[in-house]
Design a protein around this ligand. Structure first.
Ligand code: AMP
Length: 214
């Protein structure tokens, strides 16, 4: 099963992707996590991506498409994958389609997780991330260390207000048009992303079940 999770920063894509991984037994591919890891390890990719990420801009399409082409060919992706944070532009969506066509594969479902902008701003500015495992928490839930692995919790550089506003603008301008792109291909599921994590997950599951059954 190959799924794309679409949605603005803060819509809950990462959280829902992790739940889907357990449910569907396919890996999550979070381009944001891959890039943050690359920045931390100071790889060539990380060095190239760092400045774009810090200012809330998108990393160039060519780099991202090559990254995904490589990742989806790894053996753990044979049964499928959940893309979280990719594609984010029309060029990336085209690049993904080409890469899958070459392998005689296709995306089964695109899930658009929809949350209003006031809520996104609130969620992102309250978000704390673990340096160790990458898990996210809200400021209210969190102490100084991660309840899961004990790693240090911090506020991502790009979760500060000015950068959040820029990321939301980039989303509106470059990523939101993909909703139309996929709607025309008839595989889009729109899911209300407001409410608890469990409520949103149950909406996603019931819609996916409908898609798979048809
Ligand atoms: P995220 O964790 O998904 O919000 O991603 C954090 C940052 O990584 C984004 O603001 C971008 O700078 C970069 N990034 C992640 N995925 C992509 C992508 N598909 N295309 C371009 N840049 C990306």
């Amino acid at each position: 099963m190959r799924i794309i999770l679409l949605g603005a920063p803060g819509a809950g894509k990462g959280t829902q992707a992790k739940l889907l991984v357990e449910d569907l037994k396919v890996p999550q591919i979070s381009t944001g996590d891959i890039l943050r890891q690359a920045v931390k390890s100071e790889t060539a990719l990380g060095k190239e991506a760092k400045a774009y990420m810090e200012r809330g801009a998108l990393v160039p399409d060519g780099l991202m498409i090559r990254l995904i082409e490589g990742r989806i060919q790894e053996p753990d992706c044979a049964p499928g994958f959940i893309l979280d944070g990719f594609p984010r532009t029309a060029a990336q969506a085209d690049g993904l389609e080409r890469a899958l066509e070459e392998r005689h594969q296709a995306i089964d479902a695109i899930v658009s997780v929809e949350v209003n902008e006031a809520e996104l701003l609130g969620r992102l500015s309250a978000r704390r991330t673990c340096r160790g495992c990458g898990e996210t928490f809200t400021r209210k839930q969190a102490s100084d260390s991660c309840p899961k692995c004990g790693g240090e919790l911090y506020q991502r550089e790009d979760d500060q207000e000015e950068t959040i506003r820029r990321r939301l603008k980039v989303y509106r301008e470059q990523t939101q048009p993909l909703i139309d792109y996929y709607q025309k291909r008839g595989k889009l599921m729109r899911v209300d992303g407001m409410g608890t994590v469990a409520e949103v997950f149950s909406r996603i599951r019931s819609q996916l079940r409908g898609t798979l059954a048809s």
